[in-house]
Ligand binder design. Sequence first.
Ligand code: UGA
Length: 440
Amino acid sequence: MKLSVIGTGYVGAVHAACMAVIGHEVLGVDTDAAKIAELTQGRPPFYEPGLAELLNRTVRSGRLNFTTSFAEAAAFSDTHFVCVGTPQQPGSLAADLRFLDAAVDALTAEAEGPCLVVGKSTVPVGTAERLANRLRDRDGNGAHEHPEIAWNPEFLREGFAVKDTLTPARLVVGVRSPSADRTLRKVYRPMVNAGVPFISTDPATAELLKVASNAFLATKISFINTMAELCEASGADVVTLANALGEDPRIGHPFLSAGLGFGGSCLPKDIRALSARAEELGVREAVTFLRQIDEINLRQRQRTVDLARTLLGGAFAGRNVAVLGAAFKPDSDDVRDSPALAVAAEIHREGAHVRVHDPEALANARLVHPELDYAATVHDVCDGADIVLHLTEWDLYRGLDPRTLVRLVHAPIVVDARNTLDPVEWRAAGWTVRALGRQA
Ligand code: UGA
């Protein structure tokens, strides 16, 4: 099949490459000419394990091409995936749908025959219907066939984007016609044949499912972080508690890692947008708990800052603070709403000298927080530190030798805000170890 993919951010770039891998001819479209120039060379504009190799291969095979022209996309294909960003609106909890509206308008203005526009962006429930009405209003009734709108939410995680796209847990399509259903089954045939569940529903259910999925994951994380606070207050241990909870198959292990909480461009934004949408729909009370999920999450950042300050004797002024991790999670160079950087920036505001290390995210971190110091090696970041804060759980940090680091720092104090360092090993090497949800 010939497919166009509009928007070449995380979702779009990965979707385009994976659709080419499973045999389609794909045209990726973006208004950002610099990004398109990189992608045309087979280079991803961000760090994502496995993507560079995949892009390179599919671009060289000729099955994947890129353009900045919507006219070219409209002429190339009659099935278009829209993968543009829907960030939080400044000054509001709601999602900003301007990029989505602009992409759909630009594409459909060029489309001459009937076509299927498949949204993959995360949107407030009701967006597909709104877009369909908007096209009807624009084009008038009966003038010609309107583009059909379907929704096919994306569930990929950064860091596992290629794997999640090629072998998803499920495929969900929200369609208004049997022909849209048939088209999408054909797009995903290799995956469906391999046994991936294909759930076909209406657009509203598909849209809401995506946000429900992220809200559930966020709830799990804030739940375990609530337990972490209770553990600290009561002498219990959250890591053991979470392991035992996860053994119950009704609960499961994933997303029960207690610590600094969630960040990134999805979970925080999506629970806020869901609150805003619920309010618009007149069911504000139904989602009161989501505001608490958000608050519990943000409180972990403050708790980490407070713990570090206490360990330094009550003030940060003039102290050297080493921060391990800047990305919002490991295996990503993404620093959007990064809990690690939020903690680092707050400690800097309180007068400390903060030096940050991250294996992949330093360039992005520098752009957002130029006031912080950055170092290319763990050695440099820890050299002379009064305290070490472990804020993003890269494998690299799990493998550090605390006996080597103890000789570099000024004071051997570590806060493990991700609960992945081995406290026994670090204490044996002479460190004072504190972790969220665990005993001193
Ligand atoms: C999330 C969802 O997991 C994807 O299914 C979804 O497609 C994506 O959002 C999206 O909407 O595009 P992502 O933001 O890449 O994916 O990252 P996650 O792996 O979900 O992690 C989110 C945050 O939660 C990270 O800051 C991570 O450190 C934190 N986290 C995760 C915890 O604090 N504890 C855990 O147990 C798990």
